[in-house]
Design a protein around this ligand. Sequence first.
Ligand SMILES: NC(=O)c1ccc[n+]([C@@H]2O[C@H](COP(=O)([O-])OP(=O)(O)OC[C@H]3O[C@@H](n4cnc5c(N)ncnc54)[C@H](OP(=O)(O)O)[C@@H]3O)[C@@H](O)[C@H]2O)c1
Length: 261
Amino acid sequence: MGKLDGRVAIVTGGGRGIGKAIAIALAAEGARVAVNYNTSNSHAEEVVNEINAAWRDRSESQGGSDTSAEHAVAIKADVSKSDEARQLIRSVHERWGRLDVLVNNAGITRDKSIRKMTDDDWLEVIQTNLNAVFFCTTAAMQPMIEQKYGRIISISSMNGQTAAFGQANYGASKGGIISFTKTIALELAKFNITANAIAPGFTLTDMLSKVPEAVQDQIKSKIPLGRFGLPEEIAKAVIFLAADADYITGAQINVNGGAYM
Ligand SMILES: NC(=O)c1ccc[n+]([C@@H]2O[C@H](COP(=O)([O-])OP(=O)(O)OC[C@H]3O[C@@H](n4cnc5c(N)ncnc54)[C@H](OP(=O)(O)O)[C@@H]3O)[C@@H](O)[C@H]2O)c1
């Protein structure tokens, strides 16, 4: 028995990094998971194959008949485009008949000091990291309202809470997620929909690997727990919010090794 048996979840940007760990963790708790990707087709298919294989193994070991059931699917959508984001949500609802958990995870960086930042650097980050959260959430809330149940979990960042050089665009998008989350938590509570944000610190993914090694060492030396986070450690907080946190809404959970308190 998983904590999310019978639930249906979508993870935007679920093919790589933190999103991949979240998709696998949700499935391990029993949810059916739609793994959204934009460019990482093969990575997303690998995640889906891993989830479906784990489900077949589990079903066989329990002598069940669920060996051919589909527990995960990869769906291409550029969530920064409202029509693609909304179609993603619609297609999952049509496929599995409900939608319980939305994880707004997709995100990008285009770091530059404000003196060098172009309009495109600004707009691309806001469109992908913040506007996409609006598109996906407003599409997902419709079936959630009808069900009188929903868990909206958005991946913000420590750098939406505190200043980070070169991240005016990223910090604005991630701070925006926290404010957006509080307002929708207030407005959707009466439908038994909770909305929460997770603010990861520096986490070992492709995104962090773009930071020069010398800078990484400097950053690490200031983290109280003395190391970077793992994607699986962010996923644990998502599972908590999705499965156990019935009375938590409008909150932000820091998963940052103490780097920002
Ligand atoms: N790593 C960190 O240190 C850290 C810290 C704080 C917060 N975060 C946040 O955590 C989330 C995941 O980051 P990560 O470290 O896992 O990054 P990552 O390894 O660079 O992966 C980014 C993910 O976002 C997806 N994505 C980007 N643009 C998209 C779009 N337009 N439509 C759909 N998917 C899109 C990518 O999908 P494709 O590959 O298919 O394009 C990929 O799956 C992001 O929101 C990030 O801001 C990360």
